[in-house]
Design a protein around this ligand. Structure first.
Ligand SMILES: CC(C)(COP(=O)(O)OP(=O)(O)OC[C@H]1O[C@@H](n2cnc3c(N)ncnc32)[C@H](O)[C@@H]1OP(=O)(O)O)[C@@H](O)C(=O)NCCC(=O)NCCS
Length: 177
């Protein structure tokens, strides 16, 4: 699909058999996010050393929810969960509900390449809502979306309301010709 120094990058829809892979990667994702949760109860490990399980059921029952796995050179490198939830209150086709690249594969362009591959697979109006404390992710999304040749009408708005606290990037993605 796309390639990097480490091999071909692929994005595939996770099958029901692959759901445990996403559940495992979600533990790593939650650990990353727990960095931002030092002042709240969320993100505490359970007595078994695991974070609370993420509610993955909709990604294998709701047609608007799409679970994706990212591989580089055939090795697992991350995942994305798409849905159609709007954080801005405006209509959307796709929302990047969760997006994660494992630390081994970071800062080599894998995240941006994976995100752009996903936008191309699912054209339409997109939103990515970024938690206020996740300043690295905001830089990432600005680059990944801003550098996507098929993104139009890119907007960044800042929100502090019951629906979202932080920036929201919104744009229209079209599929590469
Ligand atoms: C955010 C994340 C997906 C980035 O993945 P990645 O593969 O490292 O991203 P890329 O290498 O494609 O980065 C492209 C550009 O985005 C920017 N960027 C990426 N991560 C950044 C960070 N932590 N801080 C600042 N800028 C960053 C840089 O400009 C980077 O280009 P550069 O490395 O040449 O400077 C990854 O760090 C991650 O999974 N983080 C934890 C989960 C998360 O926060 N997800 C986003 C939820 S909204």
């Amino acid at each position: 699909m796309a390639s990097s120094d480490r091999g071909e990058l692929t994005v595939t829809v996770a099958t029901a058999e692959e759901r445990p892979i996403i559940a495992n990667l979600m533990q790593l994702y939650t650990h990353d996010f727990s960095d931002f949760w030092f002042d709240r109860a969320e993100g505490e490990l359970g007595p078994d050393g695991r974070f609370a399980e993420y509610p993955l059921d909709p990604w294998w029952s709701d047609p608007g929810c799409v679970p994706l796995l990212v591989r580089v050179g055939g090795k697992l490198a991350g995942f994305a969960l798409l849905n159609a939830a709007s954080h801005s209150g405006r209509p959307v086709d796709r929302n990047m509900a969760e997006f994660f690249i494992v630390r081994k594969h970071r800062r080599g362009g894998v995240g941006a390449a994976a995100a752009r591959a996903i936008f191309g697979l699912y054209p339409g109006i997109w939103e990515a809502a970024v938690a206020r404390r996740n300043v690295g992710a905001l830089s990432f999304w600005r680059r990944a979306i801003g550098g996507y040749a098929h993104a139009e009408a890119i907007e960044e708005t800042d929100h502090d309301d019951p629906h979202w606290n932080g920036p929201i990037l919104r744009f229209r993605a079209s599929a590469p010709g």
